[in-house]
Write a protein that binds this ligand. Structure first.
Ligand code: IFM
Length: 373
């Protein structure tokens, strides 16, 4: 089995709304309620024990804005304490926390002010980040991800009208993207001011586009946001899921020989291409998400191995890749799709909330072990 660099981070990712349960003070809860989800809010120690037993030395999770700031300007110290405990639980297990500050839900009070369409949200976000940084200063978290997949959020919420606030308006879409860019840059500055040793980036969904239009589409989808925040990032977090072959003016002309339960084409080589394309930024890269819905766990082992093989090839060709986070540690709430897509290394029985390690998780563990952990 291929050897990855020493000190490579191996782990899995989650996000608060998708796993925690009990989040009802945000826009998502009013449109697509996640209910108790995996009850990770109460069971995070058990879940981190599992991650540790699977050989993980890093874990990515997110903090929920609507818990921290349930009303404008009122911060909930108990919830801050909760996330402090979450971070400490990881550290005590020797698992490096990668903390995402915003993974999509917007608190209700902020939704009512126009959410990310409102320029003032940049300021609200700044206060939220400032509060988190000051409160968590003493426990020194090194890796911070300000925003998760801003372009996926903006397009689903403001262009396609699927996710809250379910708008279909091109101008709103552009406005939201511009506000997210500014919000990230402001957040970057405040994080570095309070914790100069912090490493800050975003989790960016990049797609491997093929075909004559790829150059233009790449410029917009893959690079625009990254170019705008060029001077405000210490690393790039890459979320890789998609390949898109463009023929003529037709998108998604993929062969789809193998797909996930969600019908997404499995195309491991694409991770190599998107990694190579990110080399130009001269920043360390972490694969902050890569995974598939596979309830029967028939394809996951091969999926992980092949993506890692291609990622390894990119490293051999000079890409400074430093970590891999499988999406996801647990089965979870897949946004507008609900609970049926099963992304987890660990299966969740939503009736009993029992956790069951899938065989592929043990194969992933073997890879990690081969790499010296
Ligand atoms: O579940 C999502 C996650 O929240 C963001 N990236 C893609 C995953 C799978 O769709």
């Amino acid at each position: 089995m291929f050897k990855f660099p020493k000190n490579f981070y191996w782990g899995a990712a989650t996000s608060a709304y998708q796993v925690e349960g009990g989040i009802d003070n945000c826009d998502w809860a009013k449109v697509y309620p996640a209910g108790a989800a995996c009850d990770h809010y109460n069971r995070y120690e058990e879940d981190f024990d599992i991650a540790k037993s699977l050989g993980h030395n890093a874990h990515r999770f997110s903090i929920e804005w609507s818990r921290i700031e349930p009303e404008e300007g009122r911060f909930n110290e108990k919830e801050i304490e909760h996330y402090k405990n979450v971070i400490m639980a990881l550290k005590q297990r020797g698992v490096e926390p990668f903390v995402t500050i915003w993974h999509w839900p917007v608190p209700l009070w902020l939704r009512d002010k126009g959410g990310w369409e409102n320029k003032k949200t940049i300021e609200y976000f700044f206060h939220y980040v400032d509060k988190i940084m000051l409160s968590l200063k003493s426990i020194q978290v090194k890796f911070w991800i300000t925003l998760n997949e801003p372009e996926i959020y903006a397009s689903n919420s403001y262009l396609k009208g699927v996710w809250p606030p379910q708008k279909k308006n091109f101008l709103s879409y552009i406005k939201v993207l511009r506000n997210l860019i500014k919000a990230h840059c402001e957040a970057y500055k405040i994080i570095k001011k309070i914790n100069p040793g912090a490493q800050v980036g975003i989790a960016k969904n990049n797609i491997y586009f093929e075909g004559w239009l790829a150059l233009f589409i790449d410029w917009w989808w893959n690079f625009y946001f990254l170019n705008q925040i060029r001077n405000f990032q210490d690393f790039i977090g890459l979320n890789y899921y998609f390949h898109n072959r463009i023929k003529g003016f037709k998108f998604n002309q993929n062969e789809n020989r193998e797909t996930s339960d969600m019908g997404w084409e499995i195309y491991p080589k694409g991770i190599y291409h998107v990694l190579k394309d990110l080399k130009k930024y001269n920043k360390p890269i972490y694969i902050t998400e890569n995974g598939l819905a596979d309830a029967k766990d028939e394809k996951r082992e091969k999926f992980i191995k092949e993506h890692l093989q291609w990622a390894h090839k990119a490293i051999q060709e000079g890409v400074d890749l430093r970590g891999y986070f499988y999406w996801s540690l647990l089965d979870n709430f897949e946004w507008d799709k609900g609970f049926w897509p099963r992304f987890g290394l660990v299966e969740i029985d939503y009736q009993t909330l029992e956790r069951k390690i899938r065989p592929s998780a043990l194969e992933y563990k073997k890879i990690i072990k081969t790499n010296g952990l």
